[in-house]
Design a binder for this molecule. Structure first.
Ligand code: NDP
Length: 675
């Protein structure tokens, strides 16, 4: 199998020099890669000139739909990816993390994109900021997709998830992707790209894939491009130092080495559910993907008094792990990705052994099921114990990227915090305690050094997603050694591919530009009630001013009795004496909202299909019996949903007859499109 790159709309492999990729299990050649021969300037130009404009024409919802269709397409073909992945050394459950995890990330971004982003081509970021006394000058942040390319450089350990977790936010943002898989597992990534290309779901130029070297690609980057890198700290630093990255201020996101910790709290001694969960998680993180996960637990930090029990329990669990050919039933751990990686891991273990002793596993004496121990890149799970972690350095800084973890003891929570933070920044730490005060001490002690913290206890034991699994909803990345980057995190991941711009101008101008009505901008008042307009006919700024209604004491008492809300401020003049907010008995906020609906609703059958929510409600001025209110209802923005209806966001202000604002909120309705 000679792997080709997919660039400028076709598959090609012009390079002359061939490199061979070997099976992690058998050592046989599985694929060949030709380096060089691609014009990287042209690759980037194609993305910028063809892919970018095509993606930017689509709305967020349309792009989310593309992601969903790709996810469905890949789901139907994932068995092919499993079969190829076995050669990288992964078991069936490892493949589930990589292949299904990647597809799942696409689904999450598709669904969140439709729910959380507007059906538009740009985003409003935050609220309108008043910038003048008279209200004629305001500010609003907007976000637009970068006009460049998302260059994704991936690590070998997740050829599918690694590619898809980077692709989903970039495509949703409207930025074309050039993906570069790690060579050693590129035959899996290559198959994945081929599936996506063959589906013809993405617009031309939205996805290109470079197999092999990136050549002089970095020389052609500009300020509109983003590099997102996962791999070793050495490569990250080398790439980050490229003069073009500094000169053009190219955004550079890095996920790199990380000495992640699991911390067993003093309350979680042997016999507690949290102790068992700690043991289970450490053993799992050592053996899933043969420990080749950027998030794997490298340091198991436990109270000194519990260290012997931890080592014994882990020893018992790890001794049951069958190492061997990952395709075999019952094999729980395959080899690392290749013989080079095995050499690397063992060299790193040698550095750890200057400060720690191996207490479980023997790299020179272990059994391999269904494969040749020498030809395949097998290593048994290796647990080390560091007797003096305070003075040690390597155990906090040397990443053995395989089934390796070091147990270290502490005395007192302060020491646990200090040890956890010795990694100088990591992707994740997990905490095992059932005591909220201990959890809070640990969270706020280690938080600044970690991108993610997982609090694992008996209450979430069954459903927790694991120390090592980055979730698309939550950020993945960490400070310092871990690269200082951030990926995923729901829509935060999309924002990395967009430019935030501060817009300043008059409410009238900004309302027109952003297609979102701002208080102070002109309104449109027609004779017909806005509820009588179909979705496409309703204008932004269209306004309805209601009649007035005077609030009586009977209204308040009736509402109190009817709903059961007899809070003292509505019921007793005496109780509100010297109250900081209420000058006497006041109407219920919800009574005012209900009356507001009664004042603005046009009741007849019409294009408004449903009221489905209310955002940003603020009660500003209390209303006393005898006061009179009225309501202004203005179309703020519209977002098409499908061929039958669209979402309308209304700006609502309840005010007194003297013009004082009583309450403000945004009302959401679904309105029918013209039949
Ligand atoms: P590398 O840093 O060597 O490679 C990562 C990616 O960068 C690969 O796609 C690689 O491509 C590419 N790359 C390497 N050099 C360049 C370059 N000059 N220009 C452009 N791209 C380049 O890491 P590995 O994947 O080989 O893993 C090595 C070690 O890194 C592991 O043993 C582990 O310690 C650490 N690692 C850490 C991770 C983390 O997030 N904590 C994740 C993965 C690895 P190619 O394969 O073609 O060289």
């Amino acid at each position: 199998m000679r792997l080709e790159s997919f660039v400028r709309g076709s598959w090609m492999s012009p390079g002359q020099e061939l490199a061979e990729i070997y099976s992690a299990v058998t050592g046989d050649v599985v694929a060949q890669v030709a380096n060089g021969g691609l014009d990287m300037g042209e690759v980037l130009a194609y993305a910028r000139q063809v892919g970018g404009p095509a993606l930017r024409k689509l709305t967020f919802h349309q792009r989310a739909e593309l992601l969903k269709r790709i996810a469905i397409h890949l789901s139907e073909r994932k068995d092919q990816l499993y079969t190829l992945s076995y050669q990288t050394g992964t078991t069936r459950s490892d493949n589930f993390i990589d292949v299904d995890g990647g597809i799942g990330t696409l689904f999450v971004y598709a669904s969140k994109g439709r729910r959380e982003l507007p059906n538009a081509t740009f985003l409003l970021d935050g609220a309108v900021e008043p910038l003048s006394k008279g209200g004629s000058f305001v500010g609003q942040h907007v976000m637009t997709p970068l006009n460049g390319v998302a260059v994704h450089i991936n690590a070998f350990n997740f050829p599918c998830w690694g590619m898809l977790e980077k692709l989903a936010p970039a495509i949703l943002a409207g930025v074309p992707v050039v993906t570069k898989p790690a060579t050693i597992t590129s035959y899996v990534a290559h198959a994945l790209v081929r599936m996506i290309v063959e589906s013809r779901i993405l617009p031309e130029g939205a996805l290109q894939c470079i197999v092999g070297s990136t050549g002089d690609l970095f020389d052609h980057l500009t300020c509109q491009d983003v590099v997102s890198f996962t791999g070793s700290a050495d490569t990250a630093q080398k790439l980050q130092r490229h003069p073009v990255i500094a000169r053009e201020s190219v955004r550079f996101i890095a996920e790199r080495d990380s000495l992640n910790a699991a911390i067993l709290a003093p309350d979680a001694g042997p016999g507690t559910p949290e102790f068992d969960l700690f043991i289970k998680e450490v053993a799992k993180e050592m053996t899933v993907k043969a420990g080749q996960k950027c998030t794997a637990i490298r340091r198991a930090i436990a109270p000194n008094a519990h260290v012997p029990a931890v080592i014994e329990a882990l020893g018992e669990r790890l001794s049951k792990i069958k190492v061997g050919n990952p395709e075999l039933e019952g094999v729980r751990m395959g080899p690392v990705v290749g013989l080079g990686q095995r050499r690397d891991v063992l060299a790193q273990v040698a550095k750890l052994r200057t400060e720690a002793n191996i207490v479980v596993g023997d790299p020179d004496n272990f059994t391999v099921e269904g494969a040749d121990r020498e030809r395949g890149a097998f290593i048994p799970p290796l647990l080390l114990h560091c007797p003096d972690p305070i003075r040690a350095n390597n155990v906090h800084s040397v990443e053995a990227f395989g089934p390796v973890c070091t147990v270290m003891g502490y005395d007192g929570l302060d020491q646990a915090v200090a040890l956890a933070n010795r990694s100088d920044g990591s992707l994740v730490a997990s905490l095992y305690t059932y005591d909220p005060a201990t959890a809070a001490d640990l969270v706020f002690g280690v938080g600044a050094f970690h991108g993610r913290l997982v609090l694992i206890d008996r209450d979430c034991a069954k459903e927790q997603t694991g120390h090592g699994s980055p979730m698309p909803h939550m950020v993945h990345g960490g400070p310092g050694r871990a690269g200082g980057g951030e990926e995923l995190g729901g829509m935060r991941g999309v924002h990395h591919y967009m430019q935030r711009t501060a817009l300043q101008g008059s409410p009238a101008m900004l309302s027109r530009v952003t297609q979102s009505w701002i208080k102070g901008a002109p309104t449109i008042e027609e004779e017909r009630h806005p509820f009588r307009y179909y979705f496409e006919d309703l204008a932004i700024g269209q306004t309805f001013m209601s009649k007035e209604r005077t609030i009586t004491l009977e209204d308040i008492e009736h509402f109190a009795e009817f709903t059961g809300d007899t809070f003292y401020a509505h019921m007793s003049e005496e109780a509100t004496k010297n109250h900081p907010f209420f000058p006497g008995r006041v109407a219920h906020g919800y009574l005012l909202l209900s009356f507001a609906a009664g004042l603005f609703v046009d009741p007849d059958l019409g294009p408004v299909l449903a009221n489905y929510g209310l955002d940003s409600l603020r009660f500003i001025k209390p209303v006393q019996p005898g006061e009179t209110i009225r309501v202004r209802l203005t179309t703020k923005s519209k977002s098409p949903r499908n061929e039958q209806y669209g979402e309308v966001r209304w700006d609502v202000e309840i005010m007194t007859d003297k013009g004082e604002t009583v309450a403000t909120y945004e009302l959401l309705t679904m309105n029918a499109v013209r039949p």
